[in-house]
Design a protein around this ligand. Sequence first.
Ligand code: NAP
Ligand code: G4F
Length: 375
Amino acid sequence: MNRRKKQPKKELPRERVALITGITGQDGSYLAEFLLKKGYRVYGLMRRSSSFNTGRINHLYQDPHDLDPRLELVYGDLNDASSLNKILRSIQPDEIYNLGAQSHVRVSFDIPEYTAEITGVGTLRLLEAIRDSGIQPKFYQASSSEMFGKVQAIPQNETTPFYPRSPYGVAKVYSYWITVNYRESYNMFACNGILFNHESPRRGETFVSRKITKAAARIKLGIQQELFLGNLEARRDWGFAGDYVEAMWLMLQQDKPNDYVIATGRQYSIKDLLAIAFGEVGLDWNDYVRIDPRYYRPAEVDLLVGDSSKAYSQFGWKPRMSFQELIRMMVQADLTEETQRLYGTGYVMSEDENLSMYGQDKLVEVVDAGLRNSF
Ligand code: NAP
Ligand code: G4F
């Protein structure tokens, strides 16, 4: 009998599966893009909202009825352990990026308990869900330079002691240590990325960089007259979010889990940011900026500047985009967005119109309504 020898089944390499909490946020959108380009199947945890909150990832969205969607959104919440358990058991991710958070420092003084629940205990819920589900994914925790707060050394690196100055910063310190604790207690591949401020045209509109670049564009277009800000003396180490998500991924590709500072090593003040943003549209910020104490924080972080030489020596990461390029790019993006919004309102009829003159009062009413109280 001519029996064919049974061939051992050829195993196809299993595609890599990533879960991103906070996929609808600034970093989540850049990370999703990055991982999709690398061939990952990406799941994004999204919380229920009464209005659409997927604006930053609409360009990546795939209809779930498509044959093989590479990106899928699943409903869940860092406040709901059962949803986290269910999601992990069903999708069995190889890598988890925990970016979900109440991420606004000023707002954390208004809703401290909620901030602790999501930005702090939310991380514990996710780590426990990993243990319960029995899977062994690599885990990335979005730690923050806010943990350094009242800085104990300049620049700050992985050995600098923490001194948080807000409910947000305190919650992030909890998440940092619970991540270290689960790594040491349960041998998890868990890393903290201690990221310094990073911005982009997708940055939330109430963070200072975007608030300024948007205002510069709107003032140039004649649809805003002034800009109210808080402390102009604070100094930050600002980088580009697109550069920083690559560092998140690189951390999880190392042989051993570890914690890394990700920063540019350069510091600028809010006044420096103002000068670049308004300079990009040919204006002097001193003519438009007013101080409103409501934007002061009960306790301020005066200066942050990071030393990311560990990340550079371990896996060659360094920032590509300079602060100046970043702010100019954001202003240009806001000019485009605001111009499109203007045309959408129907008040401006042609590109030849003088935008600063046309229907200005009405436009201010329409467009400004939601921005006046922004932190
Ligand atoms: P972001 O734009 O504010 O995004 C936060 C994300 O978390 C959003 O997708 C948000 O969903 C989600 N989220 C909020 N509450 C949630 C909940 N209860 N359950 C599940 N998801 C929830 O923040 P980002 O700038 O992208 O930052 C990403 C992460 O890095 C955050 O953890 C932040 O604290 C941390 N971080 C940021 C920086 C920075 O400079 N950007 C620096 C260091 C660390 P919605 O869209 O529904 O609101
Ligand atoms: O843009 P911010 O709100 O960012 P902040 O507080 O540094 O926090 C951001 O970076 C952290 C990393 O260090 C992240 F963990 C956190 O999630 C977030 O992404 O404020 C920057 C500085 C502050 O000193 C603030 O007092 O700008 C000052 N500022 C002055 N006027 C203002 C304003 N900040 C805001 N948001 N709005 C103002 O009108």
